[in-house]
Design a protein around this ligand. Structure first.
Ligand SMILES: NC(=O)c1ccc[n+]([C@@H]2O[C@H](COP(=O)([O-])OP(=O)(O)OC[C@H]3O[C@@H](n4cnc5c(N)ncnc54)[C@H](OP(=O)(O)O)[C@@H]3O)[C@@H](O)[C@H]2O)c1
Length: 290
């Protein structure tokens, strides 16, 4: 199979890159912003004029700066919505499958229970709104052969993320305040990368046509940002006290949903993916970092 991966320098892109040596009978082409700039429709057309015959496209690239998106609405919309539509149009024209990554932030976070794929999205910030528009445009363009994977709270040994920020603060400070009233499930990017490759390769995705569907993926279990921070410090032997605070004591440019814990029942049943508990995966990531 010839598989195109966008966003090669991001957390998920690099996690996929880490795994592909196990699949050397497939051709992986990983591209970053230099080769394929999703903020420019001309760049996208130019790339696909020169490169074709992909069996699968995995779209890991996104405008992910949740707070900056409030001020950069046009760029966020172009990258998270219009570019996704263009990728879907290209995939359709080539009979390629598209795996598109989306977010728990398409939900307003008011659910008391786990979010199912069938629950109504209602994003409350620009990032979530543009990601939902991207999902919808891709679904309209591709009634078949598209998988949308919504994930949440992604961290890894690569780039900047909550785990690395906490470790840095844990070395510098004796005490920090962390929000305790936002709940969700952390996702180790490596686990998501493994699940994506499992779905594409073990299920022989290129051989069949399938109806477009949404799936949720994050690690198992639920936590708050403050308990997540406590576990990071515990596992890294950092002596930093975490004081839980409320969201209103930590104002941010973009509002965040309160509870976006995703149900993983659908993906585990349909693709038989094994999803580790978040604490287990956190330990694995910290070993990689250290
Ligand atoms: N991070 C999270 O907590 C989180 C939570 C829920 C869902 N997600 C979703 O999961 C997916 C992967 O996220 P991630 O954590 O791997 O994000 P990430 O580390 O921020 O990586 C995003 C990648 O997208 C690339 N990108 C941004 N603008 C681009 C453009 N105009 N053209 C081409 N590439 C561009 C970035 O390129 P540069 O390296 O050049 O900047 C970066 O490599 C995304 O769809 C995201 O929306 C993430």
């Amino acid at each position: 199979m010839k598989i195109l991966v966008t966003g090669k320098n991001g957390q998920l892109g690099r996690s996929i890159q880490n795994l592909i040596s196990n699949y050397d009978h497939h051709e992986f082409i990983l591209v970053g912003r230099d080769e394929l700039d999703l903020s420019s429709s001309e760049s996208i057309s130019k790339y696909f004029d020169a490169h074709s015959h992909f069996d699968v496209i995995i779209n890991c690239a996104a405008y992910t700066a949740v707070d900056s998106a409030e001020d950069e609405v046009d760029v966020a919309d172009q990258v998270n919505h219009l570019a996704v539509k263009q990728l879907a149009e290209f995939a359709n024209s080539q009979n390629a499958k598209l795996i598109h990554i989306s977010t728990d932030y398409v939900f307003d976070g008011k659910n008391e229970s786990l979010y199912l794929e069938s629950d109504n999205p209602n994003p409350i910030n620009v990032y979530g709104k543009t990601k939902l528009l991207g999902e919808k445009a891709a679904q309209e363009t591709m009634p078949n052969n598209l998988i949308i994977l919504r994930t949440s709270w992604v961290y890894s040994e690569f780039g900047n993320n909550f785990v690395k920020t906490m470790m840095k603060l844990g070395y510098e400070k004796n005490e920090i305040n962390v929000v305790s009233d936002q709940l969700g499930s952390p996702t180790y990017a490596s686990d998501l990368a493994k699940a994506i490759l499992h779905i594409i390769l073990n299920d022989n995705l290129n051989k069949k046509s399938f109806p477009t569907e949404i799936f949720h993926f994050s690690n198992m279990g639920e936590t708050s940002w403050s308990d997540f921070a406590k576990e990071i410090f515990k596992l890294s032997n950092l002596n930093c006290k975490v004081t839980p605070i409320n969201t209103n004591q930590y104002p941010t440019t973009a509002v965040r949903p309160k509870n976006t814990t995703l149900s993983k029942e659908k993906i585990t049943k349909q693709f038989r993916v094994q999803i580790p508990l978040w604490k287990q995966s956190l330990k694995e990531c910290l070993n990689e970092i250290m």
